[in-house]
Design a binder for this molecule. Structure first.
Ligand code: NDP
Length: 435
């Protein structure tokens, strides 16, 4: 904490990992001697820069942009870009740290990074977003590259923003390379990238239930968020026979006891991606649903829960309420949505709990596959990619089981994911010596 004053999110993320790693390395001198955990928790570099742009009224606006390159021991830096007013260096450091472990778990050669800006795309015109993205890339381009650092989307950065940034990169460098992932299909994007994070989080959930001879059929699911991850998690839950009864945004949550079916989900995607509206509008369109302003959905009784909005959206009280209402499994679609005390509640109750770094790795995994397709200048078929996503999520689940077994049939997936991810990166770092 002394080294990183005021960086509460970053300290929280490191603490969560350190709890497990200290135990794991207690009898392994080589990791101690080389100070591996300390080295992973000190980013390779942090680039911070001014992003200056002009709004539609001709006012000059100034934002701060960052790229945190945490670790490239097992592959080029890789991680999303977030545009949201809550973005700070601490948030991006925590995300880049987590990304390092997550990317290792996918089994693909990718290091960990994260970037973004304290820019709020909400209420901005397309032109304003374009000018901001171009200005952001005008600085970022010198720090990234297909073999150096490959950013992707995250909160506030979807297909539109990636398009503007890729266009600007190409314009400045005169190179058409796989420098970003999450690209449009017309210019080097991969099939199923959009769906991959949400689908993957549900595959992971199904894998956990399978260990208890259970599945998703007939389960009531509570989901938060209504962006890329949330809507696709809801879609896959519905495919597998669960009934999704909630979704949310930063204004509040909607509860639809009849279930948010595929047709309603299509309407929500249109609302969020095209009209850029609020989730509260849902109750005007679909009767029987209710809107709960400034509340999160964790008090709604359910069998499974998927926090898919943002960090620290699920407190220890929320965790207690989920457990009390009989929730048997939680899969984190978002990054670190559960507060550390909430994680402890789930562990104590011994419910199935999948941390984001394992459960939401499907997105970056397909981003890794997008990089492979770009390097080879080919596009793989949808069925092939769908199968690869299933296989990768299976592989991550197996690694968690390998390192997370606590006896009595209980698997601590947080511990499993932390140790498996750490081991791969740490062993690569040991091979490089003191660097
Ligand atoms: P989107 O921007 O598509 O959606 C984010 C959703 O979360 C929106 O519904 C948004 O509501 C809500 N939200 C954002 N910030 C807050 C907040 N402070 N309080 C309450 N609600 C909030 O982002 P994604 O779906 O891509 O990302 C969601 C989470 O998943 C993030 O934690 C991200 O890091 C993680 N993730 C995403 C991946 C991806 O492939 N996209 C990959 C792995 C992890 P509103 O519209 O009101 O802002």
């Amino acid at each position: 904490a002394k080294r990183n004053p005021g960086q509460s999110e970053f300290i929280q993320a490191v603490q969560e990992v350190a709890e497990d790693i200290f135990e794991f390395i207690a009898d392994k001198e080589r990791y101690h001697e080389a100070q591996i955990l300390r080295r992973i928790a000190e980013p390779d570099r942090i680039i911070s820069f001014r992003v200056c742009w002009e709004d539609d009224n001709g006012n000059v606006r100034v934002q701060r942009g960052w790229r945190v390159q945490n670790n490239n021991s097992i592959g080029p830096y890789k991680g999303g870009i977030r545009f949201h007013p809550s973005v700070t260096e601490s948030v991006l450091k925590f995300l880049a740290f987590e990304q390092t472990f997550k990317n290792a778990l996918t089994g693909l050669p990718m290091g960990g990074a994260k970037g973004g800006a304290n820019f709020n795309p909400k209420g901005k015109s397309d032109r304003e977003v374009m000018r901001f993205c171009q200005s952001f890339m005008t600085e970022l381009y010198r720090h990234v590259g297909a073999d150096v650092d490959v950013p992707a989307g995250d909160i506030g950065v979807g297909a539109r923003e990636i398009g503007y940034m890729f266009g600007q990169y190409k314009r400045i460098t005169n190179q058409f390379t796989g420098v970003l992932t999450g690209k449009g299909l017309e210019y080097g994007g991969s099939l199923i990238r959009t769906e991959a994070t949400g689908y993957g989080a549900v595959y992971f959930l199904a894998n956990m239930l399978k260990t208890k001879d259970d599945d998703l059929r007939g389960k009531i699911a509570v989901v938060s968020g209504s962006g890329n991850v949330a809507t696709h998690a809801a879609e896959k839950l519905t495919h597998l026979g669960a009934s999704v009864v909630t979704l949310s945004d930063s204004g509040g949550f909607i509860h639809d006891p009849d279930g948010i079916n595929l047709e309603k989900l299509r309407w929500i995607k249109q609302l969020k991606n095209v009209r850029r509206g609020r989730i509260s509008e849902y109750v005007e369109e679909f009767k029987g649903a209710t809107y709960h302003e400034a509340k999160s959905p964790w008090n709604v009784p359910c069998d499974v829960a998927l926090p898919c909005a943002t960090q620290n959206e699920l407190s220890s009280e929320d965790a207690q309420s989920l457990v009390k209402n009989g929730c048997i499994a939680i899969s984190e679609g978002a990054n670190m949505p559960t507060e550390l005390k909430g994680v402890h509640v789930f562990k104590k109750a011994k419910v199935l709990f999948a941390p984001g770094k394992a459960a939401n790795a499907g997105g970056v995994a397909v981003s890794g596959l997008e990089m492979s397709q770009n390097s080879a200048r080919i596009s793989w078929k949808e069925e092939q990619l769908q199968q690869l996503l299933v296989d990768i999520m299976d592989g991550i689940h197996k690694q968690c089981l390998e390192y997370g077994q606590m006896g009595g049939g209980y698997c601590d997936y947080v511990r499993g994911a932390n140790i498996a991810g750490f081991k791969k990166v740490a062993d690569a770092m040991l091979a490089f010596g003191v660097v």
